[in-house]
Ligand binder design. Structure first.
Ligand code: IFM
Length: 438
């Protein structure tokens, strides 16, 4: 391992989760799709009670703090629970999330709160979802309500999780609600999310200002390193460059410029967008190769393939920790904003590759830190195996497994390694060879 293996004091280390994947008992656009659209979930499951984290959050958080020695925790608040009907806010739901944030603090973990993580209340989905002209205003009102309830406990905010993933999977590829496959809707959806981000960032800042606490606001940006498939094929290079711009840069650059950049808009200014990012939340998993494919106009003429010469995850995506290092450098060089790794993880049912993945990716982070990139923390995705969206319960990203019949949590070997890292604040040397995750 090159560079420092010592993790600096104050560096945040923890796990990330999302309400729909762990809480259970929800009524939102996803639960409706799971029930009503046959085949929408690969293993035929419904999220159901998920990990029953809504009722077990305290003991789950204790595992993070006392067993894994985490000093931070990222979770999302569920809009459909807090605002079950338009304009009707649930006091008990707000009190619950306030309790979660306060419990994090009491356990010595910095809470990082996501306002939108893939799900929408059904009433908003019925009104057009993120395409609805009212969505930014409604999301801002929701954000202000959450900030009023939780704000004195929370400094780190994520307005929207992975906007590019959300709009591509929901509006271009039809895998997430609303299950549409429309290029023009994809453009409108991207614009809608940008406006929702701007409006909610302004709302959280206004509440913070009036109460005198500090809010650090960002999105959780999913960066997927995309290389041209055939190094010398100029169409592959063009398509890789285009998808890198659309998927990895468009949202962030629009935020910094304060305008809806082409091709989603014509540079029109959005109130509150400019300087709406205090840091960059980075979700980093894998890399891909892009090849030009004339037969798939609906996929922007692009076919993604596993890259050559690197180990693959179980979806066939490349695992190369150096790519996380490159992502950190390119983001830092372009935006000069602190970076918080809001997600990094691996689906590995046998827990055979996770330890290596974790240590190598953390090692890449420490190297980037040594080289001057301002990285503030690292959240592993995720504490426990949970509902992995359209893959259902078939994918296992967790450091803990969950027995579905009893809901018992069991630490995997990688959890012990993460615990040791967080406690000693030092990276161990890992000797196993990288292999393909099952
Ligand atoms: O489970 C998801 C999470 O909700 C968003 N980022 C990627 C994770 C793994 O696929």
């Amino acid at each position: 391992m090159e560079g420092s293996s010592r993790i600096p004091d104050g560096f945040l280390l923890g796990c990330a989760s999302a309400a729909h994947q762990v809480e259970g008992g929800l009524e939102n656009d996803w639960t409706r799709m799971e029930r009503e659209l046959p085949g929408s979930i690969d293993d035929g499951s419904e999220s159901g009670i998920a990990c029953d984290h809504y009722h077990r959050f305290r003991s789950d958080l204790e595992l993070c703090a006392h067993v894994m020695h985490n000093n931070a925790h990222r979770f999302s608040v569920e809009w459909s629970r807090i605002e079950p009907a338009e304009g009707v806010f649930s006091g008990p739901a707000l009190a619950h999330y306030r309790d979660v944030a306060r419990t994090c603090r009491e356990l010595g973990m910095e809470p990082i709160v996501t306002l939108h993580h893939f799900t929408l209340p059904q009433w908003l989905a019925d009104a057009g979802g993120v395409l609805a002209p009212t969505a930014p205003r409604l999301f801002a009102r929701f954000a202000a309500t959450v900030a009023e309830a939780l704000g004195d406990q929370v400094r780190w905010w994520v307005t929207i999780n992975e906007p590019a993933v959300y709009v591509v999977l929901g509006h271009l590829l039809g895998v997430f609600p609303p299950n549409h496959t429309s290029l023009s809707e994809t453009r409108l959806g991207a614009r809608g999310l940008l406006r929702m981000h701007a409006a909610s960032a302004m709302a959280v800042r206004a509440v913070a200002g009036s109460h005198g606490w500090k809010a650090r606001i960002s999105i959780a940006h999913h960066e997927r390193r995309i290389r041209p498939g055939r190094a010398l094929a100029s169409l592959d290079q063009a398509i890789a460059g285009l998808s890198d711009y659309l998927f990895n840069r468009w949202f962030l650059r629009s935020c910094v410029s304060g305008r809806v950049l082409p091709p989603m808009g014509r540079g029109e200014r959005v109130t509150g967008l400019r300087d709406s990012l205090d840091y960059i939340g980075l979700n980093y998993y894998t890399e891909a190769s892009a090849e030009f494919d004339i037969t798939s106009p609906s996929r922007l003429f692009m076919r993604q393939r596993p890259p050559a010469g690197v180990p693959l995850d179980r979806f066939g995506n490349g695992i190369d920790p150096a790519c996380l290092g490159q992502a950190l450098h390119t983001l830092w060089n372009e935006f000069h904003l602190p970076i918080l790794i809001t997600e990094n993880g691996l689906a590995d049912s046998g827990d055979e590759v996770r330890t290596r993945y974790l240590v190598d990716h953390l090692s890449a982070v420490l190297k980037a830190l040594d080289q001057g990139v301002d990285v503030r923390g690292y959240m592993y995705w995720t504490q426990m195996d949970n509902f992995e969206w359209s893959k259902g319960y078939s994918q296992h990203f967790g450091l803990y497994s969950v027995e579905r019949s009893s809901m018992e949590r069991h630490a995997k070997p990688s959890a012990a390694v993460f615990a040791e890292i967080c406690q000693s604040r030092t990276l161990p040397a890992v000797t196993t060879e990288p292999s393909r995750a099952r």
